[in-house]
Design a protein. Structure first.
Length: 445
């Protein structure tokens, strides 16, 4: 008896205009324009009509910088001291004009045709798009990943509350990861230039905590490359990669030293100074409770944002929501565990999630506060979840790639599994909607 075997049918060649747009030479410009239109139309008033959200942190900054701004209006020299805060403090910690504004800040350039908020959102999404292309994704999947990243509830929330430097620094994470992948693959001067340039730009946005987490991400990637080099006995190329990466770090330090050495000099006079850094209780403020992982799928649980929020943090103005669809696709992506990229991104996700727990996971948090250099200078452990969201989008791309491949193969068992999961997702969505309407009205006071 001859057993029946499923024969893979070759995909017929399609030279239609639609195929060229989605898969051919026109795909990248088409999808970049489409990303621009999505963000431009969705946030039209902010992007082109100069509307701005009533960001509380921006209003507070303006109040703290008012004395400096007024002084600079009537004096040729720049104000370097603010007498109105804490009985006086250095002005460079509050408001300092860049010496080379067109080099130091993209905002000066982009504001000429589009509000910087939406441009940076577009920039981060395009970074995800090119990163996913480099990882071998089809342009359509890369486009979906880019839009999912750019429309993340948390990133838009950062703009709403005025965490501007944090937001801008986060938008360069995809470009930095793309650059280090390129440097590892090619170990040439272009790769060296890319990683150096994007690290400098991110660090000049002056949000040390996001940059610290970015270097932590690079460290995880480097460890995986070391293990791979030892296994495959390709130490030479890895050493060259490491040397070029070290050269990049030296150049970056020289480029941003003006900002950070001045901050370091002032550090010893602040509550972050000294060998112990911040008080442990203060450093672990805004620790992310494990149960709040549920807000990844439903932002309304635990009340949503303040003043209705009743979770474990003092208050919160943003949500870590990125959607149950992205999460389900992420689970499918993790099933492709043999891929080194999946292993790295999964490690970044797990590490960032565990660190975000802070005081709810003291075994790790206390260890890092005591032994990891610089870690005790920062608070808000939940902030590291930006790495989780970055990784989740790409892992979801792997999940979508797997589903499309199985559907093309007409894998009946897999199709049945996907159908069952979709039904479960719909049921789960309805349950979350029900619980959100109940929990959102509860209060602990």
């Amino acid at each position: 008896m001859v057993s029946k075997q499923r024969v893979k049918q070759p995909i017929p060649k399609n030279d239609s205009l639609l195929n060229k747009i989605f898969h051919g030479k026109y795909s990248t410009p088409f999808f970049i324009i489409l990303i621009f239109l999505i963000f431009g139309i969705s946030f039209f008033k902010i992007a082109f009509l100069n509307y701005t959200p009533p960001a509380s942190d921006s209003i507070q900054w303006r109040a703290s910088a008012e004395a400096l701004i007024e002084y600079n209006k009537t004096h040729k020299d720049q104000a370097l001291w603010n007498p109105n805060i804490f009985s006086g403090m250095p002005g460079f910690m509050i408001s300092l004009k860049a010496k080379y504004p067109y080099f130091d800040s993209l905002r000066k350039i982009t504001d000429k045709f589009m509000n910087w908020r939406i441009f940076y959102l577009f920039l981060g999404a395009v970074g995800i798009y090119f990163l996913m292309l480099m990882l071998g994704f089809e342009p359509l999947i890369a486009f979906i990943g880019a839009v999912s990243f750019g429309l993340s509830c948390h990133f838009i929330g950062l703009l709403e509350i005025g965490h501007n430097t944090k937001f801008r620094a986060v938008m360069f994470i995809p470009w930095i990861y793309l650059s280090i992948l390129y440097l590892r693959k090619h170990t040439n001067f272009l790769g060296l230039g890319l990683i150096t340039a994007f690290l400098i730009i991110q660090l000049k946005e002056n949000h040390p905590q996001i940059s610290y987490y970015t270097f932590l991400m690079i460290g995880i990637y480097w460890i995986y490359q070391l293990i791979e080099a030892i296994k495959e006995k390709k130490i030479g190329k890895f050493i060259l990669f490491s040397v070029m990466l070290l050269i990049s770090f030296v150049i970056v330090f020289m480029a941003v030293s003006q900002i950070y050495l001045v901050n370091y000099e002032y550090l010893k006079f602040s509550i972050r100074g000294g060998a112990t850094g911040l008080d442990k209780g203060y450093a672990q403020s805004w620790s992310f409770h494990p149960l709040e992982i549920l807000t990844f799928w439903n932002p309304g649980l635990f009340g949503g944002v303040s003043p209705y929020y009743w979770g474990w943090m003092p208050f919160t103005q943003t949500s870590m929501y990125f959607g149950i669809i992205v999460f389900v696709l992420m689970i499918f992506g993790i099933s492709n565990f043999k891929s080194q990229t999946v292993k790295i991104l999964l490690t970044i996700s797990i590490v960032s999630l565990l660190i975000s727990f802070g005081r709810h996971f003291p075994l790790l948090s206390d260890l890092l506060l005591k032994y990891l250099p610089g870690f005790n200078k920062f608070r808000v452990p939940a902030m590291i979840l930006v790495l989780f969201q970055f990784s989740a989008v790409i892992l979801a791309g792997y999940g979508l790639k797997l589903i499309i491949a199985k559907l093309r193969e007409n894998d009946e068992k897999f199709v049945s599994l996907v159908q069952k999961i979709l039904i479960a997702v719909v049921v789960l969505f309805l349950v979350f909607m029900l619980f959100s309407s109940v929990f959102g009205k509860l209060s602990l006071t």
